[in-house]
Design a protein around this ligand. Structure first.
Ligand SMILES: Cc1cc2nc3c(=O)[nH]c(=O)nc-3n(C[C@H](O)[C@H](O)[C@H](O)COP(=O)(O)OP(=O)(O)OC[C@H]3O[C@@H](n4cnc5c(N)ncnc54)[C@H](O)[C@@H]3O)c2cc1C
Length: 297
């Protein structure tokens, strides 16, 4: 391994000052779970890592905001989020998703900022946070800007972040009891990387779906909104015929890319089936009926 400097700033401001907008070899590090793997694989050879571990503790905390939104500091560990009573009670979709995101060792150190900053299209949280309408606060040398999670990823391992900007907070609107589910389809263990991930959040009007937010992960180079499926579900009674049609429309919309977890045609077939299952699971969870939350192909 090529020697590198490990900087341990004590504040977010100091951390930003240690980054360089022109130098891709200077990188921030949250939990380091992805950074270390990239270094071992030789795809990242940093000259300086800026560890965020020692910055102000409030960046590692979770609380409810004035308008009932969830405010997650960018350095919050995934395990903190998973076990937060606030998250379990008011954002059960997030708490449930985290249970099968990798293993407890990773969740104990990985941070939400690192999770979103990594921009691997197979990650579980980006589709879930997008379906809930979450935003990130991005802090850089010139101040803050707020960007929807939906617009954060621009491609494989690429984001709108400048090299000297950090995700300092994630803001999630209230789930407000809306039916919601994330179907993580894996080919091996339940906590493995997904072959496909489908996140669904529904606004119900009586028995009908008023509005559906449907986001798919692990299928293309970034989490993608299935607009045609959403249009079909709007105003519909969620019966077998419409769910099948929505699944077909979702699969037709995407130019799916195959990977070691599944071929493009396999993922297309999974999407056709699991979009409907996600809607049914969301409705079952909201009505308190036993529901299946993970998928195994
Ligand atoms: C064995 C294993 C299995 C896994 N399985 C899954 C899985 O099933 N599902 C899943 O979703 N994920 C999975 N992961 C990925 C895991 O979720 C990520 O590695 C983790 O969330 C990254 O967080 P981190 O804090 O460790 O990021 P780091 O490794 O510290 O950083 C990741 C990237 O984000 C940048 N970064 C770090 N912090 C910030 C910040 N605050 N602002 C901006 N950029 C930042 C870094 O420069 C780097 O480019 C797995 C990982 C491992 C090691």
């Amino acid at each position: 391994m090529i020697p590198f400097e490990l900087a341990r700033p004590r504040s977010l401001k100091e951390a930003i000052a240690l980054l360089d907008p022109e130098d891709p070899d200077i990188r921030p590090m949250g939990g380091g779970t992805a950074v270390m793997l990239m270094m071992k694989a030789g795809v990242l050879r940093p000259t300086r890592l800026v560890s965020l571990r020692d910055i102000e503790p409030h960046y590692a905390q979770v609380h409810a905001g004035e308008n009932g939104e969830l405010r997650i500091g960018g350095l919050t560990r995934l395990a903190t989020l998973e076990h937060s009573p606030l998250v379990k009670e008011r954002w059960p979709l997030i708490a449930r998703t985290l249970r099968t995101l990798s293993n407890v060792r990773v969740r104990n150190v990985a941070t939400i900022g690192g999770n979103l900053g990594h921009a691997d299209p197979h990650m579980d949280m980006p589709p879930v946070l997008t379906s809930l309408g979450a935003r990130v606060t991005i802090t850089g040398p010139y101040g803050e800007r707020i960007v929807p999670v939906e617009e954060l990823c621009t491609g494989y391992y690429e984001t709108v972040l400048a090299r000297d900007e950090l995700i300092s907070e994630v803001i999630v609107p209230p789930q407000a009891g809306r039916p919601a589910a994330y179907m993580k389809v894996t080919t091996r263990a339940a906590h493995d990387w997904p072959a496909l991930g489908v996140a669904v959040v529904l606004d119900m009007q009586g028995q009908r779906i008023g509005r559906a937010s449907v986001i798919v992960g692990a299928a293309t180079d970034r989490p993608t909104r299935l607009t045609q499926a959403e249009a079909l579900l709007r105003g519909a009674l969620p019966d077998d015929a419409i769910l099948r049609e929505a699944g077909e429309a979702g699969a037709a919309q995407l130019d799916i890319v195959g990977d070691p977890h599944g071929s493009a045609s396999y993922k297309k077939q999974l999407l056709k089936v699991y979009l409907g299952r996600a809607v049914r699971t969301a409705l079952a969870a909201a009505s308190g009926h036993a529901a299946q939350f993970e998928g195994h192909a």
